[in-house]
Design a protein. Structure first.
Length: 201
């Protein structure tokens, strides 16, 4: 009886994990645009220091997205399909890079890219905190990312966790997620504010 229960438990856990990988595949295939709010918590490698920021996220496949940080500092990251722009309101400074150079196997590529399984190897992880997790390992050597995971609640994207090469952990928790809603084209266009410096890389 114990063996049967153990087998059933493992089977159910396996199904849950498969569902999380399927949820990510479905998200990559079926969700063409979307909006969400997010809270980002960055934890130092020793786990002692935490920085919390929040804002909104919008995207449209392929390769158009907008991260707008509102608190504690204003920063906007915009990709228009060709370039990525980062604007820091406090410094009144923007930088831009070609999308191909900036995107690669990054979290943004995972959320807004056009070919999920070309760029990442997907592997189910144990459920944790009420979410089903998927590890997305970049197929290309990516020195800035140690690990990258996405958490789903059913079919809905709920969280993303990134550990960089220095051991710093960033977790984004998404809320008010709206899938396949229209996003105005100008949200993915960057206009340099008056008097701002521009650094092109």
């Amino acid at each position: 009886m114990k063996k049967l229960l153990l087998s059933l438990t493992l089977l159910i856990a396996g199904i849950a994990h498969a569902d999380a990988v399927d949820a990510l595949r479905d998200f990559g295939r079926d969700v063409k645009s979307g909006k969400a709010n997010f809270t980002q918590t960055v934890t130092s490698p020793d786990g002692k220091r935490k920085k919390v920021s929040s804002g909104s996220f919008e995207f449209e496949r392929p390769n158009r997205f907008r991260f707008a940080y509102a608190k504690p500092f204003e920063q906007v990251i915009v990709a228009d399909g060709h370039k990525v722009w980062i604007y820091d309101a406090d410094l009144n400074q923007a930088s831009s890079r070609k999308l191909a150079d900036a995107l690669g196997a990054t979290p943004a590529a995972l959320l807004a890219g056009s070919n999920l399984e070309r760029d990442f190897t997907l592997k189910s992880q144990a459920s944790d905190g009420g979410l089903d997790w998927v590890q997305a390992a970049p197929k290309q050597a990516e020195s800035t990312i140690q690990s990258l995971k996405l958490g789903f609640k059913g079919k809905e994207l709920a969280a993303m966790e990134i550990v960089d090469s220095f051991g710093q952990r960033s977790r984004l928790d998404f809320s008010a997620v709206q899938a396949n809603v229209p996003v105005a084209a100008e949200r993915f266009q960057f206009k340099l504010p008056a008097g701002a410096d521009l650094i092109e890389q």
